[in-house]
Structures are given as C-alpha cells and as structure tokens.
Design a protein around this ligand. Structure first.
Ligand code: ATP
Ligand code: MG
Length: 339
C-alpha cells in the first residue's frame, strides 16, 4: 500500500519548535531568554540563527540539546521530543560549543578515544580515521592538540561532534574569534560536512556575512523572538527600500521629512533617524535641503541586505563585525572553559 499522496503527513523537520519559551530565574524577576519561538527546520538544511549578543541563540541550542530545560512549549529534534526522549535526541545530535572543549595534553586520537568513551561507542576507530582523513588531520593524529593551529582545533572539534554519526549538528558561533581566512576555511568545512555526511546543521552567528554566505535558511532572533525567517534572498526581498541613516545634533521635523517625495517612513532612535525610501539617490537632494547641514553628524545609505532587514525590523544593528570585542569574548570563553 502506498503511503504517499496528498493525504500523507509532511515529512518531519529535523528540528521542530513550537511556542517555546525559556525563562532563567523566577517569573517577574528572571530573564525571558526565549519568547514563544516557533521554527521548523527541514532535514538536510544548513540553518543559521542570526542575532545580536544576548538574543537567545545559545539558549535555544541548550534547550534543543537537552542541556537546559524548557519553561513552556515543545521542541523535537530528529523526530524525538527533547524533554521526554532526551536520550534518543542525544544519540542523534552532535554539538560544537562556542568554548574550546579539547584537551590540550591529549593527541587528536586520544581526544577521539575520549569522545567514543563518553558516547559509549564500540567500533569507532574506522569512523575516526575516516573523519581525520576528511579533515586532513590524519598525519597529525598523534600530535598533542596543544600544538594545533586554531583552524585545526576547530576541525577536530567538528570531527568529535560527528564521531557517533549524528543526523543533526549544532554549532554555536563556530567562527567566533577566528581570523578571516580561517573563518572562510570553516565555511567550506561546514558546507562540505553537510554535503558529505548528510547532516542538518543549526549554527548561530552574529556575522551577517557568514549567515548570508553559509546558510540556506536564516532565522533572525532578537530579544528571544524570531522576528524573521527565510532564505537570505527572501529576507532581503522583504526590505525593498533603501535606508538612509542620519545622525543629527538635535531633533528633526519628522512630519516635514515624512512628506518629502519618495520617503516611505521615518523612524527615530534618539538622534539617529532611519529613513526608508524607494531610492536613496532620489531622496537625498531634498533631504539635504530639508535638514540644516550643521545638524548632520553622520549620514549613510544602506542598500537592501540582511543588515537592513534587521535595521528595518528593530531600528538597531546586529553589531557583529566588532573584532575587538569578539577576540575578548573568545579569550574569556576559553579561560572559562579551561577553568
Ligand atoms: N544561565 C543563565 N542565567 C541567567 N540568565 C541567562 C543565563 N544564560 C543566559 N542568560 C540570559 O539570557 C539571554 C540570552 O542569552 P544567550 O546566551 O542565549 O544569548 P546569545 O544570543 O547566545 O548571545 P551571544 O551572542 O552573546 O552569545 C541574555 O539576556 C542572557 O543574559
Ligand atoms: Mg551565545
């Protein structure tokens, strides 16, 4: 008997999240880190969760991997409920944490052995060798990880996460603190892993460029809420307009600006103004006429991009490309991870 056809239920997504909320601390005083998140990530997708610091990205990964409990709502991974069937979920997922988890005094092979023990795997050696070969680490497998470059360590972390043949892998800020060439190398690795091993990848990032280059679908998260979801092109198409961002010394005459031909909307955040316009080029001459030059501290034009999607939805920037802060955070996390 055929089960296909219009009445068959849709194939389960690799990750299904419904009305999921997570509160740290007590009601009223705690932090609502996830606020009724609903998401469906199809199998075999590289999905990016893009959002600023504190948006709730790590929290969502912790909930989906069973590290954190759920306050309300439901979530399933690889077809199993993360609360009721957490062991089944754990057997099917891999996790690459933002922190460094490798033991420096162990070789790559010993780290793999340790991972196999932790996972209760018996015949892991062949798979481990296959992974080492795939990541071009086979000839360094007996070197201590302390002697590895940052890129090599990251590859080994991904190899560890893949050892037990998971169907879904989570990567929390996989490229944080990495230099640009290593970051790009890692993009290729993630795409390759997805193709080669057929896994669904959920990664978090606050780099817009990374989400755009790497992810088939993106969920934009802000203050615990998914505020937009789709392919990078679908998201960019949402903001058809240009955005003119203007910083002034004092307030502006908003009704006057709004009335300028071609202006669709004027939004204020303090003395920063976001002006939505069909074409920035058409509006700018009139705008510069309407705003006294001594008022203007800064002016910029943003063409449709993922950054403008966020700017348009929230009036703020994701603020991902601040390398100094990233490096600080990275070292802070490393110190924390090493105890
Ligand atoms: N263990 C915890 N106890 C209390 N509050 C927490 C805890 N972990 C996270 N939070 C809070 O929950 C919110 C979401 O944090 P989360 O770490 O999920 O954000 P994020 O998107 O991963 O940010 P980042 O980009 O900085 O890693 C923040 O307000 C954070 O302070
Ligand atoms: Mg985080």
């Amino acid at each position: 008997m055929s089960v296909s056809g219009p009445s068959a239920p849709p194939a389960a997504g690799a990750i299904e999240v419904r009305e999921l909320s997570k509160r740290y601390g007590s009601v009223g005083r705690g932090v609502l880190a996830l606020d009724r998140v609903t998401l469906r990530i199809p199998r075999g997708t590289v999905f990016g969760l893009l959002g600023p610091n504190g948006a709730g990205k790590t929290t969502l990964i912790k909930v989906l991997t069973g590290i954190s409990d759920i306050t309300s709502g439901t979530a399933s991974v690889a077809g199993f409920d993360v609360q009721r069937e957490s062991l089944r979920v754990r057997a099917r997922i891999g996790w690459v944490a933002a922190e460094v988890i490798l033991d420096d005094d162990f070789s790559a092979w010993e780290n793999l052995w340790l991972q196999a023990k932790l996972q209760g795997l018996r015949d892991w050696q062949e798979r481990a060798l296959e992974l080492l070969r795939y990541f071009s680490l086979a000839d360094r497998k007996d070197d201590k990880v302390g002697q590895y470059s940052t890129g090599m360590r990251k590859k080994l972390e991904i190899a560890l996460a893949l050892l037990h043949q998971p169907t879904v892998i989570f990567m929390d800020e996989p490229t944080i603190g990495l230099d640009v060439p290593t970051r790009r190398m890692l993009w290729e690795i993630v795409t390759g892993v997805h193709r080669e091993f057929g896994v669904t990848v959920l990664l978090t990032t606050h780099y817009i460029e990374e989400a755009d280059a790497l992810c088939e679908r993106i969920g934009i998260i802000d203050q615990g809420r998914i505020i937009a979801e789709g392919t990078p092109d679908e998201l960019k198409a949402r903001v058809k307009a240009d955005l003119i961002v203007l910083e002034t010394r004092d307030g502006l005459d908003v009704p006057r600006l709004s009335a300028l031909p071609g202006v669709q909307e004027v939004r204020a955040q303090g003395n920063e103004w976001t002006i939505r316009a069909g074409s920035a080029e058409a509006v700018l001459p009139n705008l510069l006429h309407a705003v006294p030059p001594e008022q203007i501290r800064r002016i910029s034009v943003e063409k449709p991009s993922l950054e403008t999607v966020f700017l348009d939805l929230t009036g703020r920037r994701i603020g991902g490309d601040e390398p100094m802060r990233d490096v600080r955070r990275f070292y802070m996390q490393m110190r924390r991870a090493r105890g």
